[in-house]
Write a protein that binds this ligand. Structure first.
Ligand code: HEC
Ligand code: HEC
Length: 283
């Protein structure tokens, strides 16, 4: 056929249609062919070494025996073994000891974040910043004391502060005067503070008692924040008039910290105590 080729020397394949339509033979450049065959070889080698081909019962395993699942499980096992070391140490220690150990307390803060989010954040806010009616945990003002032991006990046993309603003991005018003295940070300047028994729970100096959870009335920090549109003075008056957790007063404020002793393990409570203490306000 080559002898009859009407277009010699142009590197055609000899296939000619319609008198002059030719198929030319232009092989791809050499570098391209090398890359092409190299990639085919790579693909075959990969299929031999690694899991690749689907089979009826799963897939080929590859001669290396490697799999992503194994890699993942190895990673998880490593994390677990690191955790287990910390967890066993925490088991044998008191919350105070965990807190005093920098490595352990760091681990605890990291690992208790989820616990706090699941059990506490709904009331106290995700960073312990508090909510209306729920005290701030991230400051150094404590109703029930801020030592690690106080905090652990609060979480385990729960708390319920009781303040009797004073609407029948004090007139509205007296409540007004008293509230202004408290707002000014000086409750003891009102003689009624002593005469009407506030000192029994809030102390001679008005600074509160941790055993009762009675708030410090001199520091300008309020455990019951004014509601939307309410003034601080009105909020103080409300507390005095209707009390807190006073079952005889339907309008009484409610403030119950649930007990977690039955719901969470001792170690989880220990961790939470460290976590709360580490918000920065622990004493
Ligand atoms: C249902 C809402 C609620 C949940 C959930 C809750 N708390 Fe409380 N918590 C309160 C209330 C209300 C108080 C205040 C009790 C009082 O005033 O007598 C309180 C008080 C506290 C205090 C004492 C603060 C102080 O000033 O002394 C600590 C510490 C505390 N909570 C930690 C936690 C931790 C940790 C969790 C999660 C395990 C948690 N709370 C879950 C409502 C809640
Ligand atoms: C039986 C004990 C008791 C008596 C008596 C008592 N309180 Fe209280 N008071 C408490 C407790 C406990 C709290 C904190 C309640 C809580 O957070 O659970 C509190 C909270 C308050 C608060 C709210 C503080 C805040 O941070 O929001 C004010 C204001 C207050 N008391 C004023 C008074 C005044 C004024 C008197 C006297 C007329 C008085 N209390 C008498 C126990 C008492």
């Amino acid at each position: 056929m080559a002898e009859n080729n009407p277009f010699p020397g142009e590197n055609n394949t000899g296939h000619i249609w319609d008198d002059n339509l030719r198929e030319l033979s232009n092989p791809p450049p050499r570098w391209w062919m090398i890359a092409f065959w190299a990639s085919v070889l790579w693909w075959v080698a990969y299929g031999v070494l690694y899991p690749m081909w689907p089979t009826l019962s799963g897939n080929t395993k590859g001669v290396m025996g490697w799999s992503q699942m194994q890699e993942y499980e190895k990673g998880v096992a490593e994390v677990e073994s690191v955790r287990a070391q910390f967890e066993t140490q925490i088991e044998g220690m008191s919350a105070a000891e965990v807190l005093a150990n920098p490595g352990l307390s760091e681990y605890t803060v990291a690992s208790a974040k989820v616990l706090f989010g699941d059990n506490c954040a709904a009331c106290h806010g995700s960073g312990g910043q508090g909510n209306a009616g729920f005290p701030v945990l991230a400051d150094d003002d404590w109703l029930y004391g801020g030592t690690i032991e106080n905090i652990e006990q609060t979480i385990s046993m729960g708390r319920k502060g009781i303040m009797t309603a004073h609407g029948k003991i004090l007139s509205d005018g007296e409540i007004d005067t008293m509230s202004k003295a408290i707002e000014a940070g000086n409750p003891t300047s009102d003689p009624n503070f002593t005469q009407k028994g506030c000192i029994a729970c809030h102390g001679m100096d008005g600074k509160g008692m941790a055993v009762l959870g009675s708030a410090n009335l001199t520091d300008g920090i309020y455990r019951f924040m004014p509601a939307e549109g309410e003034s601080l003075l009105d909020s103080i008056k409300y507390t005095i008039k209707y009390g807190v957790n006073d079952v005889t007063e339907p309008k009484s404020r409610e403030a119950v910290m649930p007990a977690f002793g039955e719901r969470l393990s001792k170690d989880d409570i220990k961790k939470l105590a460290v976590y709360v203490h580490k918000f920065g306000g622990g004493q």
